[in-house]
Design a protein around this ligand. Structure first.
Ligand code: SF4
Length: 384
């Protein structure tokens, strides 16, 4: 089959094999690849294809103490390290209050694998936040935390998921996926659960009615074939569960960690991956472009090669920024980026429902205090 026939078939929604995805990723002319992905996105969204979304949320980190010691991670500290910390329930609730006042609809609780935190700690944390702000969606933790909690508390994964859900967890974040392919995953995170286990926990969660996203941290030394294998592993599970709401690729940030000498994925490699992901994932509806790790203009480009969402304003983020991500934004700028990419901006919720469609540019918010805060700038918000 010629390259153009393959692009046409993929653009029209025909399923492509992993081998064909690799062929497109490595050899397809960039503009033709992007055009095909954009065509697919337009077909998927129909009357809503003119819209691109963002969300207002806050990543609240509850502890940086972690026993998993991923080599790429600049955030964690080993148990008993002088720079280790944990947040109290009161602090979590206070940070949630600040987020609510700034219009956040979602909280993403993320933290290290603290050996002192079993299921009861998480139940207490979710209960405290949901008790104070039941309107917040807790899109938090991930498969790695389920494995960790199961180990600390001596519980099977399905029981951990049931109890977290009952305590207030609405859905799992796709964090911890890193790269699921065995060889590179073992190289960068030898103590983390395998990619197969990560997927099996997600499959269990989906079966129990807890949906999730799926992520990909690219650029830690994996081959092109291993990148496509990561996509394939997710698509195979999605065929059975339908529980992955979106796919979120981003690039590894190389500062302050133990993966010395590794390079980030280039911008072109990242953009090609976004386009191929749109064509490959005929069963995952949403695709998020990352402005945080690749820059705002690159995020804008993703909207023209298959992405339908630019993610969060990120009222707080401390993990990826610890490893060198320097990009910042605010709601007005995110809306401007979407609008000048030729799309109508819309604020969404965790389920990708449109909360506010910004049809009138004259009414776009300016300096409304909905601004990114990162570990290198501030840990505590001062609402404007
Ligand atoms: S990425 Fe997560 S699990 Fe790995 S060391 Fe950092 S905090 Fe721990």
């Amino acid at each position: 089959m010629s390259m153009q026939s393959l692009l046409d078939r993929a653009a029209d929604g025909g399923r492509i094999s992993p081998e064909e995805a690799l062929e497109l990723y490595v050899h397809a002319p960039f503009h033709a690849l992007g055009r095909a992905a954009d065509h697919r996105r337009r077909e998927l969204y129909g009357a809503d294809a003119h819209i691109a979304t963002y969300i207002i949320d806050r990543n609240i980190n509850y502890t940086n103490v972690c026993t998993t010691a991923c080599k790429f991670c600049a955030f964690y500290r080993a148990p008993h390290h002088a720079e280790g910390w944990t947040r109290s329930y009161d602090e979590l609730v206070e940070r949630s209050r600040e987020a609510v006042e700034l219009g956040a609809t979602q909280i993403m609780l993320q933290g290290g694998h603290n050996p002192d935190f079993g299921i009861e700690w998480y139940e207490g944390a979710f209960g405290a936040i949901k008790g104070a702000y039941p309107q917040l969606t807790l899109h938090s933790l991930g498969a790695s935390e389920v494995v960790h909690i199961g180990r600390v508390s001596g519980l099977p994964h399905d029981e951990v998921i049931r109890r977290l859900h009952a305590a207030g967890l609405d859905s799992f974040a796709g964090a911890g996926a890193e790269i699921l392919t065995e060889r590179p995953r073992h190289e960068i995170a030898p103590l983390k659960e395998t990619g197969a286990t990560w997927l099996s926990v997600m499959e269990t969660a989906h079966g129990l009615g807890v949906q999730s996203t799926a992520t990909f941290m690219m650029g830690t030394g994996e081959t092109n074939a291993e990148r496509i294998e990561h996509l394939t592993m997710i698509r195979d599970v999605q065929d059975r569960t339908g529980g992955f709401r979106s796919f979120i690729p981003w690039t590894y940030q190389p500062e302050n960690n133990h993966l010395k000498g590794r390079t980030q994925a280039t911008t072109l490699e990242y953009l090609r991956l976004v386009a191929v992901a749109r064509l490959f994932f005929d069963n995952v509806r949403h695709l998020q472009g990352s402005w945080l790790t690749t820059g705002k203009e690159v995020g804008q480009v993703t909207l023209n090669i298959g992405a339908d969402d630019l993610g969060s304003v990120m009222l707080e983020e401390n993990v990826v920024s610890s490893a060198g991500a320097r990009h910042r934004t605010n709601r007005g700028e995110l809306i401007h980026l979407i609008r000048t990419a030729g799309r109508t901006p819309a604020q969404r919720d965790t389920l990708y429902r449109h909360l506010v469609v910004h049809t009138d540019p004259a009414a776009d918010p300016v300096d409304d205090g909905v601004v990114s805060h990162f570990s290198s700038t501030a840990l505590s918000l001062t609402p404007a």
